[in-house]
Design a binder for this molecule. Structure first.
Ligand code: ZN
Length: 277
């Protein structure tokens, strides 16, 4: 069963990485003018800026700050690097707090020099270390499972079931899950794991794009919604059946689209959103 079609942009959020050639200031202005209502800020867009001032600018433009991307990358064979990762995540929590973002998305990391089990243990330790500080700052943490093609060095959390397991083990209202269709669309257990995530009240974010055939670059060749094989309306129906009523976040890394005219790309995004999400 498909959900009712989306008729407006009131739940559309765009990640600043999607329009990477634009500065944060240009993204804010262009998104607001296009009628987009949400923005997820990537940390690279904040370099050289005061996060509090950027947050104020975003709110004055009528946009809601959905999340800050990204924290994580906890595992390493090197203890010192693990400690540096914790420091960087502390910085991300502080940035999110100043920006006024209530959520940080975690790309949890992995180290090919050790087992997946050890990497997952280090992810759990890292998140548990940060949870009190995140709670004190009023910032939730969302574990984003990544497609297994990234299992070597970007995330040892590759299934929604693994993220749900971790959330249940930690049992904190400050940690949940970001569901990204690009990473999870192929999982035969996706519907039931989305429902489980909803029962845990842990479905914090929902990211959309599409999977192209062929994909010419594992990281930077995501498709615009409708260009690929991801059953977007079906997955949205599962997410909404699980109780999610937040933003649909467009997150497209694409060398191809980054080289095109960005105002025209933004128009393509809003049109594809209304038609395919
Ligand atoms: Zn994502």
């Amino acid at each position: 069963m498909n959900p009712s079609p989306i008729h407006d942009l009131s739940r559309l959020c765009i990640h600043t990485i999607t329009t990477r050639p634009w500065s944060i200031e240009t993204s804010i202005r262009q998104y607001a003018e296009a009628g987009v209502k949400g923005i997820t800020v990537w940390r690279d867009a904040l370099v050289g800026r005061d996060p509090a001032a950027v947050g104020q600018h975003i709110r004055e433009s009528g946009l809601h700050i959905v999340s800050l991307c990204r924290g994580g990358f906890f595992p390493s064979v090197d203890r010192h690097k693990r400690s540096l990762a914790i420091d960087d995540n502390r910085k991300a929590i502080e940035e999110a707090h100043q920006l006024g973002a209530g959520l940080i998305v975690l790309v949890c990391g992995a180290d090919p020099g050790q087992s997946m089990e050890v990497s997952r243990e280090q992810i759990r330790e890292g998140i548990e270390t940060l949870l009190p500080e995140a709670a004190a700052a009023g910032v939730k943490l969302a574990i984003e499972p990544l497609h297994p093609m990234f299992a070597d060095n970007r995330s040892a959390i590759n299934l929604l079931s693994q993220a749900n397991d971790l959330v249940e083990q930690m049992g904190s209202p400050w940690v949940g899950v970001a569901i990204d269709v690009y990473h999870l669309w192929w999982d035969p257990h996706l519907e039931q794991e989305i429902a489980r995530c909803g029962r845990n009240k842990a479905l914090f974010a929902y990211h959309v794009s599409d999977w192209k055939t062929p994909t010419v670059d594992l990281l930077n060749d995501r498709g615009l919604m409708g260009e690929g094989c991801i059953p977007l309306k079906k997955i949205r129906s599962w997410v909404e059946a699980a109780g999610f009523n937040g933003f649909n976040e467009v997150e497209i890394f694409s060398d191809r689209y980054w080289q095109t005219d960005q105002p025209a790309f933004l128009q393509q995004i809003t049109a594809a959103y209304l038609k395919h999400v």
